[in-house]
Design a binder for this molecule. Structure first.
Ligand code: SF4
Length: 289
């Protein structure tokens, strides 16, 4: 198998087999992310993809699911993705569901009809690292798109029948913009139909511009208590029928398959039961601060 480090596989989908069709991230400029900093974005040659599929077919000839890697494999144009998916079905005829982590702007250059045919070829669910629905925040961390792009592109996924996760990054806006970050993100997510809202929280990793800004007093990270207040604000305003996953080690475990059913209970628990000391300790073990 040909994998380029680092390999990220979405932990909530079947994690094997995996097939790398791109390497790195086509954007690679988010100010909090070092994941693919040293990897140049590239597309795997089809013969390499085919040789990996042949290897998977030997080990798991009856595989029913597969994850496309790496950072944003759906950056590939439609025609190339069709080729990849047709090859997947040729080598693994029982494949029913194909998954991929991607950027929301991967869909700008794809029509609803094209997305429908990718869905027919097995594209079941994608995970979108949105992080925020607040334009100031998106610009601050250089995400490379605007809040309005999110419902616009997600409507195309809805029409095509492709399910999607939307990620909220707790703490990414810093103190001053925390409230707007939470409220605007809830508003954007409410205009979409995510299968799951996934809450991660900001870790200031060494080597990131955001950590350098924090060290120079130009970014004001949230305390654990403020992170919980921000999370609570998001959840108060969130009103979409979805699952909620908040398993990040620096967050609380408030996950539920039915957010609207459990919303009131979760709101009660978000701040009341937060072990601030434990959360602060966990974060200090992870970050450069
Ligand atoms: S789009 Fe994702 S992988 Fe790429 S730089 Fe931003 S956070 Fe990192």
């Amino acid at each position: 198998m040909h994998f380029t480090e680092p390999v990220y596989r979405h932990p909530y989908w079947p994690t094997w087999p995996l097939i790398e069709i791109t390497q790195g991230c086509s954007h690679n400029r988010c100010e909090f992310c070092t994941m693919y900093r040293d990897v140049r974005f590239g597309v795997k040659p089809m013969e390499v993809i085919e040789s990996d599929l042949a290897e998977i077919a030997q080990d798991m000839p009856r595989a029913k699911t597969i994850q496309l890697l790496s950072g944003d494999p759906l950056a590939l144009p439609y025609s190339k993705l069709v080729q990849v998916m047709e090859n997947i079905h040729e080598y693994l005829p029982d494949i029913e569901r194909i998954y991929a982590v991607c950027r929301v702007d991967n869909f700008r250059n794809k029509t609803v009809d094209e997305l429908m045919s990718l869905h027919e070829l097995g594209l079941e669910e994608v995970s979108l690292g949105i992080e925020s629905g607040n334009d100031w925040t998106l610009d601050r961390v250089n995400k490379g798109y605007l809040a309005k792009d999110v419902p616009e592109q997600c409507a195309k996924l809805d029409e095509a029948g492709i399910k999607y996760w939307l990620t909220f990054m707790n703490g990414i806006a810093g103190h001053e913009h925390s409230h707007n970050h939470a409220v605007h993100t809830a508003d954007v997510f409410n205009r979409c139909n995510p299968s799951t809202v996934y809450v991660t929280s900001l870790a200031l990793f060494p080597g990131t511009p955001l950590l350098a800004d924090a060290e120079h007093g130009e970014f004001d990270p949230l305390s654990e208590k403020s992170l919980l207040v921000e999370l609570r604000t998001l959840l108060e305003h969130l009103d979409t029928d979805c699952a909620l996953v908040t398993h990040h080690t620096a967050s609380l475990n408030l996950s539920t398959p039915d957010f609207l059913r459990d919303k009131e209970r979760i709101l009660d628990e978000t701040i009341e039961n937060g072990n601030i000391e434990l959360l602060t300790l966990k974060r200090s073990l992870k970050t450069g601060l």
